[in-house]
Ligand binder design. Structure first.
Ligand code: F3S
Length: 395
């Protein structure tokens, strides 16, 4: 792998211990995957933020780096943390957990990382352009940036994204290269998809079949960016899919050849079967929306649906801090709170400790959350379209 003189100097420790360790990690990755060189990246998104995921060893690691004056070189955002950093008390997050989570956020802040903890950085002030190289690590954000925006990122782990943030480069392999972005399977969608949950159900089914390959979708007549983020998130969760193309919708689709590829058809019955397969619960203790983190449009939709209603159980709608600020200004937060719900920032249903907060059955409209909640949070799940999910907790 070719390294510049400046990169050789980093590797020999001339820029300090942290830079040497981080750069060595990138060189190792590059060697494993056959990269020819390092390429600059314009932004990073670092996963491994919740105390629930990284525990005490993670705090020690981050505080060690922050204490050694490690500073990021490019715009770097965080994946969701384990709690709402401002409203954790009101939401009844355990104080012991909160104390650890705040230490994690302080360490990241010291490194110059924007302590906006979200899986939709592209909705919160970190929007790459078509073909821009980036190093992101949350699977739905990777899917959205590669597929819908046409930016280029591999599936970074927390450490490799942090290494890219600190050094400003990533090894040139995988999805950074044209030849690795071609579709490997065609998905004919013969189903009526209207709600984001429908797209999440399709994503779940397709991810299971495609597994780590690149699907090319045909037959989807209309989809907004919320639908596409729901589809990509579910596919990333069930099949580690980091890139998809969609005829007439995603920016690289028209450049792709699909002749001779294996075809899978998804029909209405697959969507309905997924709702029932992933629904293991009967009566929700809580409804949690916003996986991936909600857009302002999604918050507005929920706020309007809740007008004049009173919730009999808790409802959270998870989003980024930036989008929550916009929702506050538009009065949507107030409308949701008037019904008894909460707009929750910086965290989500999967990385927060909901299992320790008394919740056993969670209702969601997300294919990804429905897939992850049993394993990550010991939850029974109710998975369905927004109206059906809201009916669980409204009178
Ligand atoms: Fe985002 Fe959490 Fe879902 S990180 S994609 S809201 S599981």
């Amino acid at each position: 792998m070719y390294l510049t003189n400046a990169e050789e100097r980093i590797l020999s420790g001339q820029n300090g211990e942290v830079m040497e360790r981080m750069f060595r990690l990138l060189v190792r990755l590059g060697e494993i995957y056959g990269a020819d060189k390092m390429i600059p990246v314009s932004s990073a998104q670092v996963a491994g933020v919740s105390y629930k995921s990284i525990g005490d060893p993670g705090i020690e690691f981050l505080e060690d780096y922050a204490g050694k004056d490690a500073k990021v070189r490019i715009v770097t955002f965080l994946n969701p943390s384990g709690m709402d950093i401002e409203d954790w008390q009101k939401l009844n997050f355990p104080p012991g957990f909160a104390e650890k989570q705040l230490r994690i956020m302080n360490a990241f802040k010291k490194m110059g990382i924007v302590v906006s903890a979200t899986c939709t950085p592209y909705l919160a002030g970190n929007l790459p352009r078509f073909r821009e190289h980036i190093a992101w690590s949350e699977s739905s954000a990777i899917s959205f940036s590669n597929s819908v925006i046409g930016a280029r990122t591999n599936r970074e782990g927390g450490p490799s994204a942090l290494a890219a943030a600190l050094t400003g480069v990533t090894p040139n392999y995988g999805l950074h290269l044209d030849e690795n972005r071609k579709p490997q399977m065609v998905i004919e969608v013969d189903a009526n998809l209207e709600d984001s949950a429908d797209f999440g159900a399709v994503g779940y089914v397709v991810g299971k079949q495609v597994k780590n390959r690149i699907p090319y979708f045909r037959g989807i007549k209309d989809a907004d960016t919320d639908h596409l983020k729901a589809l990509g998130a579910a596919m990333a969760a069930s099949g580690a899919v980091a890139l998809y193309h969609m005829e007439g919708m995603t920016p690289e689709a028209h450049l792709m050849e699909t002749k001779g590829l294996e075809t899978l058809t998804v029909a209405d019955k697959d969507v309905e079967e997924t709702f029932s397969k992933l629904s293991t619960g009967k009566q929700a203790d809580i409804v949690i929306l916003g996986c991936p983190h909600s857009s302002l449009r999604e918050i507005m939709t929920v706020a309007r649906k809740l007008e004049g209603k009173k919730l009999k159980k808790p409802l959270w709608i998870c989003t980024s801090r930036m989008v929550k600020e916009a929702a506050n200004r538009m009065g949507f937060t107030e409308m949701i709170e008037a019904a008894g719900g909460k707009v929750v920032a910086d965290t989500c249903m999967v990385v927060s400790p909901i299992e320790d907060m008394g919740y056993k059955t969670t209702a969601v409209n997300s294919g990804k959350a429905a897939n992850y909640l049993p394993g990550f949070c010991k939850q029974s799940v109710i998975f369905g379209r927004l109206d059906n999910i809201l009916a669980q907790v409204t009178e």
